[in-house]
Write a protein that binds this ligand. Structure first.
Ligand code: C2E
Ligand code: MG
Ligand code: MG
Ligand code: MG
Length: 277
């Protein structure tokens, strides 16, 4: 603690904080510039039906290419949330996703592209503002879109969010609950909120074959899907054994490194072409 280490310790702490804030400020500035120059990009991870007969869609995952390599969203999304750039990031994502829907729908009208939105907006009532610029596109491509939200959104929010989500749903947009099982997991909100799909968090898929608790969560999610008539997605499938296990459950769709990694749009389109042969 500060007391025990005394003034010198405190000065060290201050110095460390200053360096951290400085590099955060620098990164924030770089992110703002990257957005402005349209340097961010989306990768697409294929989603398959559980029988693995065909590709049914993809999850759009944001990437930030820099001179020193890709910065993962795990690193810059939290930063964007702290510094207020998240609304711009998510607005960019929605616009890009609707572009991609337009590009794909002509040849592959059954595909759904899902995208992630930060729970952040929902705390500040900015969800409608976020959607306003893409309303026409949502009307056109809604049936080809799925929005992924975390439990936090359901938990902290109100009638207003419910009505916005219902509006999206009216245009055919699927509402998916991401990272299922990691939050507060009160099942009551599943009946209160307009949810179409549950994505079981990948940590449970990773552990299910050697951890009975993880396995129980996966099995319970599959049962919830059956009872509440929700689609279930198992993500993070890395092995043939994991795939075989979920194929024995009431699970509708799968994604994971074993089936396909996130890839640029060009590669995803090539994959679609070979898949439809
Ligand atoms: P998420 O939405 O739960 O996305 C799944 C993450 O798991 C992705 O990491 C994906 O690349 C990774 N993944 C997929 N299959 C496997 C697998 O078999 N094994 C392992 N170990 N990992 C797998 P990514 O792209 O780094 O994204 C991390 C998180 O960042 C996402 O979790 C999501 O919460 C957030 N994120 C990603 N893109 C966006 C975005 O466009 N906007 C917002 N707001 N958040 C995003
Ligand atoms: Mg997701
Ligand atoms: Mg997820
Ligand atoms: Mg996740």
């Amino acid at each position: 603690s500060c007391k025990r280490s005394g003034r010198a310790g405190y000065r060290l702490y201050e110095e460390a904080m200053r360096v951290r804030l400085q590099s955060e400020k620098a990164l924030e500035k770089q992110l703002a510039e990257a957005l402005e120059r349209d340097e961010l990009t989306l990768y697409f991870q294929p989603v398959f039906d559980t029988r693995q007969t065909r590709i049914i869609g993809a999850e759009a995952l944001i990437r930030w290419p820099t001179e020193t390599g890709m910065i993962s969203p795990g690193q810059f999304i939290p930063l964007a949330e702290r510094c207020g750039l998240i609304a711009d990031v998510d607005a960019w994502v929605i616009r890009r996703v609707t572009d991609s829907c337009e590009r794909l729908a002509e040849h592959y009208p059954h595909l759904k592209l899902s995208f992630n939105l930060s729970a952040h907006h929902f705390n500040y009532d900015t969800f409608d503002q976020l959607l306003a610029p893409v309303q026409d596109r949502v009307r056109l491509w809604g049936a080809n879109m799925a929005v992924e939200l975390t439990e936090r959104v359901m938990f902290e929010n109100t009638d207003k969010v419910i009505s916005s989500l219902n509006e999206l749903r009216r245009h055919g947009v699927t509402i998916s609950l991401d990272d299922f099982g990691t939050g507060y997991s009160s099942l009551s909100y599943l009946t209160q909120f307009p949810v179409d799909k549950i994505k079981i968090d990948q940590s449970f898929i990773r552990d299910m074959l050697n951890n009975t608790t993880a396995m129980a969560v996966v099995q319970a999610a599959a049962e919830i899907g059956r009872t509440l008539k929700l689609a279930i997605n198992a993500e993070g499938i890395e092995t043939a054994e994991q795939l075989a296990f979920v194929q024995g459950l009431n699970i509708n769709e799968v994604q994971g490194f074993y089936l396909g990694r996130p890839m640029p749009m060009e590669d995803f389109m090539a994959l679609l072409e070979s898949d439809s042969d």
